[in-house]
Design a protein around this ligand. Sequence first.
Ligand SMILES: CCCCC/C=C\C/C=C\CCC/C=C/C(=O)SCCNC(=O)CCNC(=O)[C@H](O)C(C)(C)COP(=O)(O)OP(=O)(O)OC[C@H]1O[C@@H](n2cnc3c(N)ncnc32)[C@H](O)[C@@H]1OP(=O)(O)O
Length: 289
Amino acid sequence: MNIIRTVRSVAFSSIPNRTLSTTRSLSTPSAQYTAFEVNDKTGIATLTLNRPPVNSLNLELLTEMRNCLKDAETNKCKGLIITSSSNSVFTAGLDLLEMYQPQDERVKSFWTALQSMWMELYGSKIPTAAAINGHAPAGGCLIATACEYRVMLPNFTIGLNETLIGIVAPKWFVSAFLNVVPRRVAEQAITQGKLFTTAEAHHVGLVDDVVNTKEEAIAKCEQFIASFKNVNPYARALTKQQFRIKELQELEQQREKDLQIFLGLIMQPSVQKAMGIYLEGLKKKSKKQ
Ligand SMILES: CCCCC/C=C\C/C=C\CCC/C=C/C(=O)SCCNC(=O)CCNC(=O)[C@H](O)C(C)(C)COP(=O)(O)OP(=O)(O)OC[C@H]1O[C@@H](n2cnc3c(N)ncnc32)[C@H](O)[C@@H]1OP(=O)(O)O
């Protein structure tokens, strides 16, 4: 048994507040794209996305995220914060290279990993919060809206911009978005592929708070998680489940159908063409910088 395994078996509800070290890493030795740490004092886990340059979500990153989310729950962490190691991008959303001219088996595993990660995060029993310290388009917005609380740094963008790429945000992307903004705002924004600035996102309720630094964002997330300190965790989890069970069951029951719809859509020649043009545009812009 290695040290990591020993740490993994610790239940944070049983750790007294006076533990000596501040944080401990729960990352597995094989973790490539994430850092996963638990603050010994608060019992709060922080999952940091770390796949430069833009944290685009590929199969491996999604799989690591899911494992971290499971570990946070198994270890009875008091809550989970998701953030990014980048100074300018929370995550650029799904890795377009996983969907553009994809390999058959890999693209299936990719979508299945996305479904699993989302179900784990959206249905997590522990409080979840996103410290959005950079741009969060599409899949980035999906992760943020799956959390219970969002705080964002100024002058970045967030939203479901799929229609601008010629793809479609699936129903479960939309339903999580609808949990946080009014239906009218959601329909208009998602059909337009609108990316909200931080200020606009705050105005429509897509993010709960705006702060100036990553440290302040983490502190806000910790405050949110601490707001449950007098609440029974079991009662809290069951209550949260009542709000979220419908979307979770719907996706669970339709996973294969959802996969087939995804494959059917992205494999259309016109969609592949649009994605290729979009990727080319990103590359040109990146070279100019
Ligand atoms: C009929 C009913 C149907 C129901 C629906 C069913 C199925 C639906 C089917 C499909 C659904 C798919 C859902 C998709 C969700 C997504 O998340 S798609 C991804 C969307 N993301 C974006 O549009 C963001 C694109 N990126 C950017 O805008 C910028 O990169 C940035 C995030 C603002 C950061 O800007 P900056 O810091 O300036 O970095 P660069 O632009 O210079 O980028 C650096 C390099 O990274 C590459 N890159 C950027 N984003 C991605 C990405 N998402 N995937 C892959 N690669 C990306 C970029 O090309 C640069 O590469 P090089 O350095 O030039 O090689």
